[in-house]
Write a protein that binds this ligand. Structure first.
Ligand SMILES: [Zn+2]
Length: 59
C-alpha cells in the first residue's frame, strides 16, 4: 500500500488512478486532481508523505 501524498488516502498501487515519479520515488494518487496538485508543488507533498509513513511505523 502507498499513500496519496496530497489527500493522505491509502492507495492500492494496482488501483491507483494516477502516478508520478519524483526524486526516484513513485507516488500514487486517488485521482488526477491530486496528481495535478502534486505536480505543482512536489517537494511540499513529498516531504509530507515521509512524515506520514513515520507515523504509521509508530502505531
Ligand atoms: Zn487524493
Amino acid at each position: 500500500m502507498s499513500r496519496d501524498p496530497v489527500c493522505g488516502m491509502r492507495i492500492d498501487e494496482s488501483k491507483a488512478a494516477a502516478k508520478s515519479e519524483y526524486k526516484g520515488k513513485t507516488f500514487y494518487f486517488c485521482c488526477t486532481k491530486c496528481k495535478d496538485s502534486f505536480a505543482k508543488e512536489p517537494s511540499k507533498y513529498a516531504a509530507k508523505v515521509d512524515i506520514d509513513s513515520l507515523k504509521d511505523q509508530l502505531h
